[in-house]
Design a binder for this molecule. Structure first.
Ligand SMILES: Cc1cc2nc3c(=O)[nH]c(=O)nc-3n(C[C@H](O)[C@H](O)[C@H](O)COP(=O)(O)OP(=O)(O)OC[C@H]3O[C@@H](n4cnc5c(N)ncnc54)[C@H](O)[C@@H]3O)c2cc1C
Length: 410
């Protein structure tokens, strides 16, 4: 028997009323930074309210605690949610990347164990992919997992793991076979972040944020059920995860709930900034604002087009790289425009200044991150050329060489 899906307009109306009656309005103080424990506790509480109200996991399968609805339902909810406090920091990577990968490749037991917990705000999931020796050559990683009877022993180090200190599990890609070429000897594991043998260090960025972490694994014992996907087929698992990551960062993911500013750079209104600094009548400033606005309109149209094309199969899932690339370039443009308008006060914010430009300055310091997060923009160009346009693959000297024979720097 098939049950009729609620229409998007009925769902939207129900969401509008429920949000009004149940979710707190967003205030400046509700924008807690992801480097405070308080922010994560608050996000877990808000996620629980969404779950209890029947508005969590809109596109997640209903047998694992979601609503099993369509991206159009999710979009309608997100539109209605503007102005309310939502657990936005759970979107990436927990929901849109890690839980989405679990939906794709988890066993029934793994999905039952983790997806409802994630949707209730009881579990935060993060990604353990990048390593101190580099992140772009993901398949060249050297964190190892060795089979020891009925368990795996994990050793090595991961870095740039967003929010790991506040998480429960990390999706960790490790090398399990050194006798085969690099893409064929990897396995994806679900690693409890606070297991014995895991040491987490927080990294302080130039912005002052300590959200990034580095993890050290020393003989971390994992049960056989910790394997996500198949042993030695971690590259297939990671490819799915990376598609979800590109979709999340490019704005095409159906698993993101609530209006997250695209790539972080629109929080300060350029119009507000121009008015507060007495430049609203300046034609150059108006042109800059027009250009920035046009880029946002193009970005939104591009996201809508690419999303539709991926859903219809006209474009492969790796086409998420197109919007991921555009969003990164646009984030830099928006940030640069804000600094051009603010001028020196972007760097010297002080009490009594006509407008709060602290965020403008901090966004500028962080701007390079948008060309790296979720794979660099250079790698996004490679993905577009090779997997969307079908151009020849980039040469790699180590592609078919057993990994234990590949020369590696120290
Ligand atoms: C905000 C943010 C959040 C992040 N969160 C996480 C996380 O949660 N978990 C995680 O595991 N990682 C995370 N990362 C790390 C991110 O995945 C890496 O920064 C990214 O993959 C690039 O790796 P790298 O920094 O080691 O640069 P490298 O791989 O060392 O590359 C350095 C430069 O060389 C270029 N380059 C490398 N290879 C090529 C090539 N073949 N062709 C052309 N150019 C090339 C790159 O584009 C880059 O500009 C995060 C990064 C940021 C900025």
């Amino acid at each position: 028997m098939t049950t009729e899906l609620e229409s998007v307009s009925d769902f939207r109306e129900r969401a509008r009323i429920w949000l009004r009656d149940n979710m707190p309005p967003a205030t400046a103080s509700s924008e807690l930074k992801a480097d405070s424990e308080e922010a994560w506790d608050r996000a877990r509480q808000l996620q629980r309210i969404l779950y209890d109200g029947g508005f969590a996991g809109i596109c997640f399968p209903s047998e694992y605690g979601g609503l099993g609805l369509t991206p159009a339902h999710q979009k309608a909810f997100t539109k209605e949610s503007v102005g309310y406090e939502l657990p936005l920091i759970l979107n990436v990577p927990t929901l849109a990347i890690c839980a989405a990968t679990l939906v794709d490749i988890g066993t029934d037991e793994q999905k039952r164990a983790h997806l409802p917990a994630v949707l209730k705000g009881e579990e935060v999931l993060v990604q353990f992919l990048s390593e101190p020796n580099g992140g772009s050559d993901l398949a060249g990683l050297t964190t190892r997992a060795e089979r020891d009877g009925d368990r795996w022993l994990l050793n090595g180090s991961k870095i740039w793991s967003s929010g790991a200190y506040a998480a429960d599990y990390g999706l960790c890609l490790a090398r399990t076979n050194w006798d085969v070429p690099k893409h064929r000897g990897l396995t994806l594991f679900l690693v409890p972040v606070h297991a014995p043998g895991v040491t987490i260090q927080r990294i302080k960025q130039v912005t002052g944020s300590t959200e990034f972490c580095q993890e050290f694994f020393d003989d971390v014992s994992l049960p056989l059920e910790a394997v996500l996907g198949e042993v030695d087929a971690g590259w297939e698992a990671a490819s799915r995860l990376l598609n979800h990551e590109r979709a999340a960062l490019g704005g095409t993911s159906p698993y993101i709930s609530g209006a997250t500013p695209h790539m972080g750079a629109e929080a300060v209104s350029l119009v507000e900034l121009a008015k507060a600094t007495g430049q609203w009548e300046d034609s150059r400033v108006r042109e800059d604002i027009g250009e920035a606005r046009a880029m946002n309109v193009v970005r939104d149209q591009l996201i809508a087009h690419v999303t539709r094309s991926i859903i219809s199969g006209a474009l492969p899932p790796s086409a998420g790289s197109i919007t991921r690339l555009f969003s990164a370039e646009n984030a830099c443009l928006q940030t640069d425009m804000a600094v051009r308008i603010a001028g020196s006060i972007a760097a010297t914010q002080a009490p009594g200044d006509p407008v709060d430009t602290e965020k403008v300055g901090l966004d500028y310091l962080f701007r390079a991150a948008w060309s790296l997060a979720g794979g660099s923009t250079e790698m996004a160009r490679n993905v577009i050329s090779e997997r969307v346009l079908g151009m020849p693959r980039e040469y790699a000297a180590d592609r078919d060489v057993p990994f234990n024979q590949v020369k590696r720097g120290r």
